[in-house]
Design a protein around this ligand. Structure first.
Ligand code: C2O
Ligand code: CU
Length: 456
């Protein structure tokens, strides 16, 4: 019955071991990678199944997936299934939804993914360090009838690495307080599926789905790909696909699915254009016999927020370099492995670190209207666990954007209103996905009760 619920995509040429009882085994283990290109030295990293990125996990929408996670590292670890609206106990947050898995230990994750799309999985213990060192991978949830066949479905897991003069992973600068109080740890090399500027071959005149995951701990990507259509964001298909703008912002942890139809003989470049253009991947058209009509993805179906009855939850971002942390309370760290390294630098609502009591407790099915204000001099990538939200306003102006996101970028001084239906019971984190910011205080959580709360 479990056969086929989870398997590995061919794109990285990887295999998963199948445990005896049909559960897919996934291990965290030491790994190595030549980060400066095939001629460079091997860096000592960590990875799922000892690979960086970890194997691409393919699940099916609405079908049970079971994983046995074994921790072969000499540090604690967990797996967080980023963006999957799963059962709270499977969310992988140490101290909130489970105990961290000790060295040599294991934990069984099982869940039914409700949405088809592009997700990723990553470490959630000291993620500022573990994700920086490679503990992440791509995760695809397939729709029941795959609109794009295997030859038309491509995934690039984008990662940002800081290398030292020897071309090795710069471990010495992990935990650098300067990075933490500024834009986070920014690298010197961008890889796509662990390669520098890989080449993807795509049949000409046919529609291809290109899934991108920003697995960087802090780097905000501004992407360009001529002629591409944006068809899904953060694992949720758009009702209204749109042409990719010339500098599409893909923040840490965000995903985007693009549709590309290469012309015969065309060579396209996916480039990062924050500064001088940097080519991330080359897409070359292969001759093909016949064209196809571009498939249309089923738009995501999520519950509509009920704004008239929403619970207002303020989320004020504070601290960082040039910011103020005066008068802020420092939470006892609530057993979060995540936040020990530099002490408080950032805060939400005058508290740095995980509050002991939830930011808000709402009844099952209530609409939450998060009122975010960024009172810092830095960008943040705010992630809500277990839910997807709509961005209603930016600076008080309606966005008109009907995408469902799990992570949103907010610029210095900006205010944003986002709304979602709290339809998933349990304790859910909200944090900055610039993982250095999270580790130094930008964390909080909310509770969704098991039943609707009745009005008093
Ligand atoms: Cu992708 Cu709490 O994180
Ligand atoms: Cu941040």
């Amino acid at each position: 019955m479990l056969a086929g619920t989870a398997a590995v995509a061919g794109s990285l040429g990887l295999r998963l071991a199948w445990a005896e009882d049909g559960v897919v085994e996934i291990v965290a283990a030491p790994a190595s990678l030549k980060l400066a290109g095939p001629q460079g030295p091997e860096s000592a990293l960590i990875g799922f199944d000892g690979r960086v990125p970890g194997p691409v996990l393919r699940l099916r929408q609405g079908e049970l997936a079971r994983f046995r996670f074994r921790n072969l590292l000499d540090e604690q670890a967990t797996i967080h299934w980023h963006g999957i609206r799963l059962e709270n106990a499977m969310d992988g947050v140490p101290g909130l939804t489970q105990q961290a898995v000790p060295p040599g230990g294991s934990f069984d994750y099982q869940f039914v993914p409700p949405d088809a799309g592009t997700f990723w999985y990553h470490a959630h213990v000291d993620s500022w360090s573990q994700v920086s060192r490679g503990l992440f991978g791509g995760l695809i949830v397939e729709e029941a009838d795959t609109a794009f066949g295997p030859l038309h479905d491509h995934l690039l897991v984008l990662a940002d690495w800081r290398l030292n003069d020897q071309g090795l992973f710069d471990a010495a600068s992990l935990g650098n307080a300067m990075d933490w109080s500024h834009a986070g740890r920014i690298g010197t090399v961008l890889t796509a599926n662990s390669a520098i500027t890989p080449d993807l071959a795509m049949a000409a005149d046919q529609a291809h789905r290109l899934r991108l995951v920003n697995a960087a701990t802090a780097r905000v990507l501004k992407l360009t790909l001529a002629g591409a259509q944006v068809i899904a964001r953060d694992g949720q298909n758009l009702a209204n696909p749109f042409p990719m703008p010339p500098k599409f912002v893909l923040g840490p942890a965000q995903r985007v699915d693009l549709m590309v139809v290469p012309l015969p003989g065309q060579v396209l470049e996916l480039a990062e254009v924050s500064g001088d253009p940097l080519v991330i991947a080359v897409l070359s058209a292969l001759p093909s016999a016949a064209g196809t009509t571009p498939p249309r993805l089923m738009p995501a179906q999520l519950p509509e927020p009920d704004l008239a009855n929403a619970v207002l939850v303020p989320l004020l971002m504070q601290g960082g370099a040039l910011g103020r942390l005066k008068g802020v309370e420092v939470a006892e760290m609530h057993a979060m492995g995540d936040m020990a390294a530099t002490g408080p630098i950032w805060a939400f609502n005058n508290v740095s670190g995980m509050v002991a009591e939830p930011l808000a407790t709402v009844g099952l099915g209530a609409t939450i209207l998060l009122e975010m204000v960024n009172d810092t001099a830095w960008d943040h990538a705010i992630h809500v666990h277990g839910h997807h939200f709509r961005v209603l306003t930016r600076q008080g102006q309606a966005t008109g954007d009907d995408a469902w996101l799990d992570t949103v970028m907010i610029a210095p001084g900006e205010s944003l209103k986002v709304a979602f239906v709290a339809d998933n019971p349990g304790d859910w984190m909200i944090h900055c996905h610039m993982l250095e910011h999270s580790a130094s205080g930008m964390d909080t959580w909310f509770r969704v009760s098991q039943a609707p709360l009745t009005a008093k």
